[in-house]
Design a protein around this ligand. Structure first.
Ligand SMILES: Cc1cc2nc3c(=O)[nH]c(=O)nc-3n(C[C@H](O)[C@H](O)[C@H](O)COP(=O)(O)OP(=O)(O)OC[C@H]3O[C@@H](n4cnc5c(N)ncnc54)[C@H](O)[C@@H]3O)c2cc1C
Length: 477
């Protein structure tokens, strides 16, 4: 007999996918006392040496930290982290500038191994007797009317049906349950998937012979070249995971025409010379590692009645340029947990309330992530962008309680939603760039003059508020 009373802790929850979001959700629901079964299609990464999937390491920041704090394991996660205090910008000649992420020195992002974090979450979830995780079980489809899911067991090569009181799909960007919603045509399900013209390929900078780092450790390295870019994040073993973002078919060099070792070396020699010097293994990596596409998925509703709910990338996959996909998926669990605290009567009310609170924010981070693609590959190198960042750093340093840049609002202000961060952040950017362009903020900036800085801050705040007000009037909200 299925129970729709979500306050009844004895009922059975099925989670599809034990990636980052699914294992955190299993841990949290386990802590809350539910009977949780998790089905994961891959083998157990603690027993079999498998790549954790896309992107070996990730930028982990305050929204993710808040979620990890909620489940009480921050002390176990922090040793896995390498602080990255800013962007290390590499120009064509190999000159570098470290551009801090914030004027407040306690605000930085972290590089963390996807595999290590996932393993920790699996271990913590399994400490709860009421959480059971099964591997090599691939979800084929979900019968959302009857709250059952069909699985293929890769060990026995057989199929089986799993019954539950509520099903949560955290099976990533290619979600099987989302496919069932779409193909089922039983309710009005809106769905969009937009691909970028650029794909990505992972490469590496290996550790130095003494086991140290071959380049500066505590930064996210960026080689932005307008039409394409290379980034690198540090790993605990002294290596860096390097990612090339490049068009599939545009420009002189693209994934479709980089087909020989000579051409790859020519491309890197021309555009990423200082990186190439650190990557004697480049050609091997380039031809061994896959090229993968990047896309944004938006859909609605995320739930079907009180039976099923999409979470994490399954509900809202985004491009990786704000370093927020995992952080947002973790934040889903925080928002969901808060809704559970409301003690609503049934899962349908919980799922509805959750989507009403959450969707505007995941839509916002999806759009911000695409903006940041353009910012990282090009704008970071432009003079007016750098002036804006210098001014914002000075504001944050001198008036830490009065100003946060768009990047800070998104990344370090976990108590405001992504939508609010986007609206305020975009208005601030527009205000400063306009004021720089029409000379209301004179250059060179007078950053060492405290009273100039204060007056300029007030002007920027005024201009920002009037832009926000105009936006409100235009949208009639
Ligand atoms: C190149 C790249 C770089 C990124 N960098 C960052 C970053 O720096 N910071 C950040 O916050 N985010 C980053 N992200 C985003 C981040 O990887 C995702 O947002 C995050 O992994 C989402 O977690 P998830 O658990 O929802 O999905 P996933 O991590 O994809 O997990 C889904 C799980 O479900 C399993 N599964 C899939 N299908 C099935 C099925 N049919 N049946 C059963 N199990 C199934 C999978 O095996 C997997 O274990 C990056 C993404 C990419 C592609």
């Amino acid at each position: 007999m299925k129970s729709k009373k979500m306050k009844d802790k004895k009922q059975n929850i099925l989670i599809i996918g034990a990636g980052l979001c699914g294992s955190l959700l299993a841990l949290r629901l386990g802590q809350r006392g539910y009977n949780v079964t998790v089905m994961e299609k891959r083998p157990d990464m603690r027993k079999v040496d498998i790549s954790a999937g896309r992107s070996i390491n990730l930028a982990f920041s305050d929204r993710g930290i808040k979620a990890i704090n909620l489940v009480g394991i921050l002390d176990k996660v922090m040793p896995l982290c390498i602080p990255m205090n800013g962007r290390m910008l590499h120009d064509l000649e190999g000159n570098t500038i470290l551009a801090p992420y914030s004027g407040r020195t306690h605000e930085y992002i972290n590089s963390i191994s996807r595999g290590d974090l996932n393993i920790l979450l699996l271990n913590e979830a399994e400490k709860h007797k009421n959480v059971n995780i099964h591997f090599n079980k691939k979800c084929i489809s979900v019968d959302f009317e009857n709250t059952t899911a069909l699985f293929k067991d890769y060990e026995s090569n057989s199929e089986f049906v799993e019954d539950a009181d509520a099903i949560f799909a955290t099976d990533g960007a290619g979600s099987a349950m989302r496919k069932s919603y779409y193909l089922g045509k039983k309710f009005l399900f809106s769905y969009s998937q937009e691909w970028l013209s650029h794909g990505y390929k992972e490469l590496s900078i290996l550790p130095a012979e003494n086991g140290g780092y071959k380049t500066y450790k505590n930064a996210l390295h960026i080689w932005g070249r307008e039409a394409f870019m290379l980034i690198a994040l540090p790993n605990l073993d002294g290596s860096f995971t390097v990612t090339l973002f490049l068009s599939y078919d545009e420009g002189d060099y693209n994934f479709n025409n980089l087909t020989t070792k000579e051409k790859v070396l020519e491309f890197f020699g021309k555009y990423f010379k200082d990186a190439l010097e650190l990557m004697p293994n480049l050609a091997d990596d380039f031809f061994e590692n896959p090229t993968s596409p990047l896309g944004t998925v938006k859909c609605s509703p995320w739930h079907y009645k009180g039976n099923t709910l999409l979470m994490g990338d399954a509900a809202h996959a985004i491009v990786p340029f704000y370093g927020q996909g995992m952080n947002a998926s973790f934040e889903d669990v925080v928002v969901f947990d808060k809704v559970l605290d409301k003690d609503l009567d049934n899962w349908e009310a919980v799922f509805k309330t959750y989507q009403a609170e959450r969707k505007k924010d995941t839509d916002a981070i999806a759009d911000l992530a695409i903006d940041n693609f353009h910012e990282m590959k090009g704008h970071v190198n432009h003079a007016n962008f750098r002036e804006k960042r210098n001014l914002e750093m000075a504001f944050e340093k001198a008036f830490p309680d009065e100003y946060s840049s768009k990047y800070s609002l998104v990344t370090f202000n976990e108590d405001i939603g992504y939508q609010e961060a986007m609206l305020r952040g975009r208005a601030q950017d527009k205000a400063i760039l306009n004021m720089l362009a029409d000379g209301h903020i004179a250059t060179p900036l007078n950053l060492s003059d405290a009273s100039w800085l204060k007056t300029t801050l007030k002007q920027v705040q005024q201009e920002t508020n009037s832009i926000l007000e105009e936006d409100r009037i235009a949208k009639n909200v």
